[in-house]
Write a protein that binds this ligand. Structure first.
Ligand code: HEC
Ligand code: HEC
Length: 303
């Protein structure tokens, strides 16, 4: 690179004197105005930005800027907005019959999400994370219900529990046929064979046919003549192949001997009424939820 100032012949402009590869000369021209003004504008923008927004660290913190903007402040605002939206959802849910909440897609979505969180905190220890249940703890995903699976029934069961001691709890229990010596062990064995045959389990057919009349006398009052159960008294359907306590001869005999008497706690007082609605909607939405029963019309129209 040679260095030698001169005037470029083609453009008539002065050169810087820098020449590359023998004949590439660099013209000495001033910066284009648009470029220069843009550059100044950027500098001015930067100064303005420093003044308006938080910018420079100081010994004790940072320069706050005239606008007082902070990202933490924005988050706090968002959280406050979400809280107030939540409060208005909760207020709407508090005021509505549970079946109507289901008909409002926005409220219903809020309810189901909230209900899932409440379920995880309070119910999963017994019913399982996915509400799949365990021996003695019913699966809440299927449409097999001890105490009925429409929304209001689920809400009632959650509110007052089963055999929980709450004054409004479901409190019917199966008699302890063995422990209280209502039936003899061979009779219990025969009825167990019969009860299992209702779910198409291969059983000792002679024993089952001895069990059938005993079933009619001792069990049908709650489980029904056909063994299909009765949600009024929490008696499980014995014909659907779903067993709360197990289907083996031994387990079914134990159910008959002890009456089981599973206990579901009451949640009134532990959860507020809105939370109970949320978790009831969640449980109902798990797949086994049943429609509301037809309301019988009042016998006489009000005058
Ligand atoms: C301490 C264990 C335990 C906890 C915690 C618990 N449950 Fe239960 N739940 C049970 C048992 C046991 C039953 C069965 C009661 C019976 O045998 O009649 C039951 C029954 C139910 C039923 C009725 C099922 C049917 O087939 O009719 C519903 C609905 C239910 N629970 C929902 C909940 C919800 C929602 C929560 C949380 C708010 C919850 N449970 C917390 C033990 C529990
Ligand atoms: C007073 C009503 C009542 C009578 C009578 C009754 N049961 Fe039950 N039965 C129930 C209830 C309620 C349960 C549910 C217990 C629980 O949830 O812990 C049950 C549960 C059972 C179970 C457990 C089912 C499962 O899914 O694991 C079997 C089996 C059973 N009963 C058989 C019988 C037989 C057999 C008789 C007659 C000898 C009988 N029951 C009489 C109310 C009754």
């Amino acid at each position: 690179m040679a260095s030698q100032k001169r005037v470029d012949e083609v453009t008539g402009a002065e050169t810087t004197g820098h020449v590359w590869d023998g004949d590439l000369t660099e013209l000495n021209k001033s910066l284009p105005r648009w470029w220069l003004y843009t550059f100044y504008a950027c500098i001015a923008w930067a100064f303005a930005y420093w003044l308006v927004y938080p910018a420079w660290p100081t010994l004790t913190g940072y320069t706050k800027g005239f606008l007082g903007y902070s990202q933490r402040g924005e988050v706090a605002k968002d959280v406050a907005a979400a809280k107030s939206a939540q409060n208005s959802y909760r207020a709407a849910i508090a005021a509505m019959p549970i079946a109507d909440i289901k008909k409002n897609p926005e409220l219903f979505e809020f309810a189901r999400d909230g209900g899932a969180a409440i379920f995880g905190d309070n119910c999963a220890p017994c019913h399982g994370r996915g509400a799949q249940g365990a021996v003695g703890y019913p699966n809440l995903n299927d449409d097999d219900w001890l105490w009925a699976g429409d929304l209001e029934s689920i809400q009632t069961t959650i509110s007052y529990g089963a055999r929980s001691g709450d004054p409004k709890t479901h409190d019917t229990a199966m008699p302890r046929f063995g422990l209280d010596k209502i039936l003899e062990p061979p009779q219990i064995s025969d009825i167990a064979n019969y009860a299992r045959s209702l779910s198409h389990i291969n059983v000792d057919t002679a024993a089952a046919s001895r069990g059938a009349p005993l079933f009619a006398d001792n069990c049908a009052a709650c489980h029904g003549d056909d063994g299909k159960g009765n949600t009024e008294v929490g008696a499980p359907n014995l014909t659907d192949g779903i067993w709360l306590y197990g289907s083996s001869q031994e387990m079914v005999m134990r159910s008959i001997e002890t009456g089981r008497g599973g206990m579901m706690p009451a949640w009134t007082g532990r959860l507020d009424p809105v939370s109970i609605k949320l978790v009831a909607l969640y449980v109902h939405s798990l797949g086994g939820g049943q429609p509301e029963p037809e309301k019988t019309a009042p016998a006489e129209a009000p005058k």
